[in-house]
Design a protein around this ligand. Structure first.
Ligand code: ZN
Length: 323
């Protein structure tokens, strides 16, 4: 089946990680920045392993320097989402890359990003701190999030290297965001084990987990996730590309779903992992035989656990049903 036209909902997408290499090359050349080392001979991003991925990710963001750059990035990302019929998306945006956590600058970046528009795609922002920059810097990101919480900034989360520090080091940042009315998610259980998911749930009190795939190794945790209706933002293509699992068939998404865990599917950093939402659907069909009813359920689950308000969910539900 050709899944490109099938409507989709995506919840785990890093804005800078969604930047096409050609777009980043163009911006870098306009600014005379030499970042050619991060591309291979075909112009794709080049890296080997997760740490190298984090390194080139940060180099790529050096080309993104102004609110105007982020507006262009957002426009390009919205166009890519529309191409794959993603009707609703939540993207991770980081004050660390947008004005270095200066609140005034952050507001300008946010305003610029919201000027981007593509008909048929609704997008909301989840402000994200970066774990390996440490708790102090995370507080600065949380303050930016709290001060701009509203209709567009709907959540707060944490990305970056999972194995740095303890979840509880970041509880102050998450408390600040929660008090501002933001919904919470955090990466865990991608590189570290099930205990990192337990820790994140206990210390950060999040309602969704980014990745969380290693939960599968802890029966009690799987039962807890199912019972508490904590959703996982699963990114199978990312996991296979980075070697978290050797192949799609080895990926635990099916087993998690069968155990009653709310699973959603996203692309994480699509051009870095040579994926798109359409490709995720194709691979899920190929590996596990998922069909129309499975993908309808996937959309419904994703919309249920999305961080937008009820009125937006009603609009998106109608759009999903009309497609
Ligand atoms: Zn991610």
């Amino acid at each position: 089946m050709n899944w490109k036209l099938f409507p989709k909902v995506e919840l785990h997408l890093h804005l800078e990680g969604a930047a096409d290499p050609a777009f980043i090359r163009q911006l870098a050349s306009e600014k005379s920045i030499n970042i050619s080392s991060i591309f291979d001979e075909n112009g794709a991003y080049k890296f080997d392993g997760f740490n190298a991925f984090l390194d080139i990710y940060e180099i790529a963001t050096q080309a993104l320097k102004s609110p105007e750059d982020f507006k262009r990035l957002m426009q390009s990302v919205l166009e890519n989402l529309a191409e794959h019929n993603v009707v609703y998306a939540e993207t991770f945006i980081s004050p660390d890359f947008c004005g270095g956590r200066d609140l005034g600058a952050w507001r300008e970046y946010l305003m610029a990003m919201q000027e981007a528009h593509v008909e048929g795609v609704t997008l909301k922002g989840i402000v994200t701190c970066i774990r390996h920059l440490g708790p102090e810097i995370a507080r600065g990101a949380a303050l930016c999030a709290a001060e701009t919480a509203g209709d567009w900034v709907v959540g707060f989360g944490m990305a970056g290297a999972e194995n740095v520090g303890n979840a509880k080091d970041f509880s102050y940042a998450f408390d600040m965001a929660r008090e501002a009315g933001l919904r919470l998610t955090s990466h865990a259980g991608e590189w570290c084990g099930a205990e990192s998911v337990w820790e994140t749930l206990k210390d950060l009190r999040v309602e969704r987990i980014g990745h969380g795939v290693h939960s599968i190794n802890d029966k009690e945790l799987v039962e807890y996730l199912a019972e508490m209706e904590i959703a996982l933002e699963v990114n199978p293509g990312s996991n296979v590309a980075l070697g978290v699992y050797p192949s799609w068939r080895d990926h635990p998404i099916q087993r998690l779903r069968d155990a009653g865990v709310k699973v959603t599917v996203s692309t994480d950093d699509p051009p870095f992992f040579n994926t798109t939402m359409t490709r995720e659907f194709e691979e899920l069909e190929y590996a596990f035989g998922w069909g129309i009813e499975d993908f309808k359920l996937l959309n419904k689950t994703a919309l249920d656990v999305a961080f937008c308000d009820v009125a937006t969910k009603e609009i998106i539900t109608k759009r999903l049903e009309a497609s």
